[in-house]
Design a binder for this molecule. Structure first.
Ligand code: C6P
Length: 404
């Protein structure tokens, strides 16, 4: 059996999405900027896709949604443009973000620091989020931008973005949110939350890879990242990725229609898996309370079992999971979010992220429960560090914040 539980890294493209994309590879392959029929016949399909994206996030007509190649691009673009447009020649020179953002935000912030920008990296609390009042306490007259993710990719924890956006508005500060792990998992309504900028990516909600988006409230000016043509209203040059745009439109529509119902089913499977693992495997805990997490995500720590070893054993059983962000999977470092929420180094090496999708079945969950236990037993039997900490008084399985 093969079970894919790494849906926060990427997802299977929905068959209906593939079907809608297919004609744009071999039949309607014209460049949308060409004046002949081959080009112009793509226009209604692009318009329909953009319309679906607007509807899915409840964007207003006066807002802009620009198609990018990925959320990494969207995140880079916002941060670098705020630097170019607001910081470089103005009075403000300060950006606030969190310690647990995706590397596409954190690395860009590091680069901005090299350009002389002052960046505050807010620590998260023991649940793995930053509370709005903490953001407020760091805003000064020099703050140009706050960038806080909507949901974390490793823990699934949902941040109070609505309150943070309001605080930013009240203080005349721009607010960007990386909503990559929120769109398609929880309702995302830009009229309700009111971010100035929002990044998201099609391959996280059963769309194709290589296509993302940047939402811009009221189409406010943002200097282009890519120069060279009139594409996307001159804001992002490059021949349009028509199959990708069509696929993103179909995928976001499917992912957001009946989202509550779909997510209730995913949540039930996630909770069953989590309950079973916590019950049958001693000395395990999951990070963050379930109600405050995206419904598909578990970050589980298994005392005495190194995440990489566990991944390898799971992989042998055909189960795909991860120790955290796929972008940081090659450095074998401790889970950065677990470190940020206060785990010691040893514990931060024991995190396993399990992320479900609407295609995850009950049979797959049963299979994972059985083989997860076997893998833990094998690894603990050869672990010197687990022998040292046993037995733990009181059983110690549960959903909790990290104590060390
Ligand atoms: N996170 C993970 O395993 P792209 O792939 O560029 O469209 O998205 C990047 C990105 C940005 N923000 C967040 C919160 C993300 O989770 C990701 C992708 C994957 O967690 C791959 S590193």
């Amino acid at each position: 059996m093969r079970v894919y539980l790494d849906n926060n890294a990427t997802t299977m493209v929905a068959p209906e999405v593939v079907e809608e994309m297919t004609p744009f590879f071999t039949q309607m392959y014209g460049n949308p900027n060409s004046l002949h029929k081959f080009g112009t016949e793509t226009h209604p399909y692009i318009a329909k896709a953009i319309d679906r994206i607007y509807k899915a996030i409840n964007a207003a007509d006066e807002d802009d949604v620009i198609i990018t190649a990925c959320a990494t691009e969207s995140n880079n673009w916002v941060l670098k443009s705020v630097y170019n447009d607001v910081i470089k020649n103005g009075e403000k020179n300060h950006i606030i973000t969190t310690e647990v953002e995706h590397p596409s935000v954190l690395s860009t912030c590091k680069w901005l620091e090299e350009q002389g920008v002052k960046v505050t990296y807010l620590p998260v609390n023991e649940e793995g989020i930053v509370e709005a009042h903490v953001v407020k306490s760091f805003i000064t007259g020099k703050t140009a931008l706050v960038s806080v993710m909507w949901a974390n990719n490793e823990t699934g924890m949902i941040f109070p973005v609505k309150e943070i956006a309001q605080i930013c508005r009240e203080n005349g500060v721009l607010f960007h949110t990386d909503a990559v792990q929120a769109v398609g998992k929880i309702p995302v309504d830009v009229q309700d939350v009111k971010p100035d900028f929002m990044s998201f990516s099609a391959h996280k909600f059963h769309g194709p890879k290589g296509v993302g988006a940047l939402y811009i409230k009221d189409s406010q000016p943002l200097s282009p990242l890519l120069h060279g043509g009139e594409h996307m209203g001159g804001r992002r040059s490059g021949t349009l990725n028509v199959p990708g745009i069509v696929g993103m439109g179909k995928a976001i529509e499917m992912a957001t229609q009946n989202i509550e119902e779909t997510m209730a089913k995913i949540r039930a499977k996630r909770d069953r898996l989590e309950d079973a693992l916590l019950e049958i495997i001693p000395d395990t805990f999951t990070v963050g309370s379930r109600e405050k997490r995206t419904p598909n995500t578990i970050l589980i720590s298994i005392r005495g079992v190194e995440g990489e070893g566990m991944l390898w054993d799971l992989n042998r059983y055909g189960i795909g999971a991860s120790t955290g962000s796929a972008c940081a999977s090659e450095d074998l470092e401790a889970n950065t979010v677990m470190l940020a929420i206060g785990a010691d180094h040893e514990l931060a090496h024991t995190g396993i992220r399990l992320s479900l999708s609407r295609y995850t079945t009950d049979e797959e969950i049963d299979y994972v429960i059985e083989h997860f236990k076997q893998a833990v037993e094998r690894l603990r039997s050869i672990s010197s560090s687990y022998a040292k900490v046993q037995p733990t008084p009181g059983g110690e399985a549960g959903e909790c914040n990290i104590h060390h």
